[in-house]
Design a binder for this molecule. Structure first.
Ligand code: CMP
Length: 139
C-alpha cells in the first residue's frame, strides 16, 4: 500500500498545558513520520481562512478566538492509511466521546479545546498542509 499524508495542528490548549512532547510521542509511536513541522501563533485572518468551511456554524466565533489564543504546532504526517488511522488515534471531536487511550481522551478538555486537529480527507489534508508549508518546506 502507498503511504499518504494527513495534516494536524496541536492546538493552543495542548501547547499551553505542556503536551507537545507527549502528543508527538504518541503520533510517532503509532507509526506516523513527520514530514514538516512549524510552531507559530495564528492571526485572526489565518484562523478564519483555515476554518472557512465552518464560517456559517454557530461555534465559529468561539473557535477562532480559541485558535488565536496561543501558539500551535502545524505538522504534516505520513503513513499508510494516514487519514483514517490518525482520526482513530486522536478520537472523537468531543473529548467526552473519545475512546480510552486516544489523544483527545488523554489531553483534551472540551470540544473547542480538543488538543489536536486532524484532516478528514486526502483532499483536505493537501489543502490544509499547503496553508502552512510551501513545496520547499515539504519533503
Ligand atoms: P477541528 O477538527 O479542528 O475542526 C473544527 C473544530 O471546531 C473542531 O475541531 C472543534 O474543536 C470545534 N468545534 C466547536 N464546536 C463544535 C461542534 N459543535 N461541532 C464540531 N466542531 C466543533
Amino acid at each position: 500500500m502507498t503511504s499518504n499524508r494527513t495534516f494536524t495542528m496541536i492546538k493552543p490548549d495542548a501547547v499551553a498545558n505542556g503536551h507537545i512532547g507527549n502528543i508527538i510521542n504518541d503520533i510517532t509511536v503509532a507509526g506516523f513520520k513527520i514530514k514538516a513541522m512549524k510552531y507559530l501563533q495564528l492571526t485572526n485572518a489565518q484562523a478564519e481562512g483555515f476554518y472557512a468551511v465552518h464560517k456559517e456554524r454557530g461555534f465559529f466565533g468561539e473557535l477562532i478566538s480559541f485558535m488565536v489564543s496561543g501558539p500551535i504546532v502545524a505538522i504534516i504526517l505520513e503513513k499508510v492509511n494516514a487519514i483514517e488511522d490518525f482520526r482513530t488515534l486522536i478520537g472523537a471531536t468531543n473529548p467526552e466521546n473519545a475512546a480510552e487511550g486516544t489523544i483527545r481522551k488523554k489531553y483534551a478538555k472540551s470540544i473547542d479545546a480538543n488538543a489536536v486537529h486532524g484532516s478528514d480527507s486526502n483532499e483536505n489534508a493537501a489543502i490544509e498542509g499547503s496553508y502552512f508549508f510551501s513545496e520547499f518546506e515539504r519533503f
